[in-house]
Design a protein around this ligand. Structure first.
Ligand SMILES: [Zn+2]
Length: 296
């Protein structure tokens, strides 16, 4: 009888979930996808931004502030990518958990090495990349660093499930490294290929697979192209045998088309985040899509 009661008690312990899931808010969909792979049913995740929005300029609508109000944990890209919109949301949320310096704020830029970090405060990197290029998630080697940071943070927030988070991260990293091998093999023949970008979103991706950045349609990050700048790019494209213009989904496409018409350089519309294009429905298919767009 005692055994039976004990068995029932143990069953109840297992069957009844923990009193509350960790309520996680992420700045961008790619962070949401990684967090869900680590936290699974132990966390509830909402992304503030949508994947097809300009990640630098998001309107801090009341609905976003309401989401931030209830968060136990806010995970941001960092590196100043959210500087134009997120501070206002954090402030207005009045949520002590996620204020700067508190336990419920995780800044992923602390776990990677940033490219194009200016040596002086000369604004030489333009208005939107003052501390360097914040689009580091597009180096697939950075993704396991981010998933590890998320796993460690969740373990602190919810220590009862720390082994669960740790093991999920190990499994995810293993699967990721396997996929990475495939992407590297597919990209190998494109080593040395010269490309333009509209905005410098893909620098980490290019560097990882040894493609060569040969110019951006924006003269400086965040500054729209001028007619003179486009003429210069047309000359560079002809001289250097530029192969592709990497166009994102949210900037106007006219300038890319104009260069393409004058030079024959192919325009490729590339995602920069999960859900930027329909095919990029998670972090794996985001990279599948980036690689497929280049390799055809
Ligand atoms: Zn940018």
């Amino acid at each position: 009888m005692i055994k039976k009661i004990l068995a029932t008690f143990v069953f109840l312990l297992i069957a009844v979930p923990a009193f509350a899931d960790v309520n996680v808010i992420t700045a961008y969909p790619y962070i949401k996808d990684i967090a869900e792979r680590i936290g699974k049913d132990k966390i509830k995740v909402t992304s503030l931004a949508s994947g097809n929005w300009d990640p630098h300029f998001i309107i801090p609508k009341p609905s976003l502030i309401a989401k931030a109000r209830k968060a136990d944990l806010l995970i941001i890209n960092g590196g100043q990518l959210e500087i134009g919109w997120l501070p206002q949301i954090i402030r207005q949320s009045n949520n002590p958990n996620i204020q700067s310096g508190n336990k419920g704020l995780l800044d992923l830029s602390n776990y990677v090495k940033m490219m194009e970090v200016p040596t002086s405060v000369s604004r030489s990197q333009g208005d939107v990349h003052p501390n360097g290029n914040p689009h580091f998630v597009l180096d697939p080697y950075n993704v396991p660093k981010l998933s590890k940071a998320i796993s460690e943070k969740l373990s602190i927030m919810d220590s009862a499930n720390s082994n669960f988070y740790k093991n999920n991260n190990i499994a995810f990293t293993k699967e990721w490294m396997l996929k990475l091998k495939g992407w590297s093999n597919k990209m190998k023949p494109f080593s040395g290929t010269k490309v333009f970008e509209y905005h410098r979103l893909y620098d980490y991706f290019l560097a990882r697979f040894h493609l060569v950045y040969d110019g951006a349609l924006e003269p400086l990050p965040g500054i729209p192209p001028t007619a003179k700048h486009l003429e210069d790019l047309i000359n560079i494209a002809k001289k250097d045998n530029v192969k592709f213009i990497l166009q994102d989904v949210y900037h106007p496409k006219e300038a890319s088309k104009f260069i393409s018409e004058k030079t024959g350089v192919k325009v490729i519309v590339m995602p920069q985040d999960v859900n930027a294009v329909v095919e990029a429905k998670d972090i794996f298919s985001l990279f599948d899509n980036l690689v497929n767009k280049i390799t055809g």
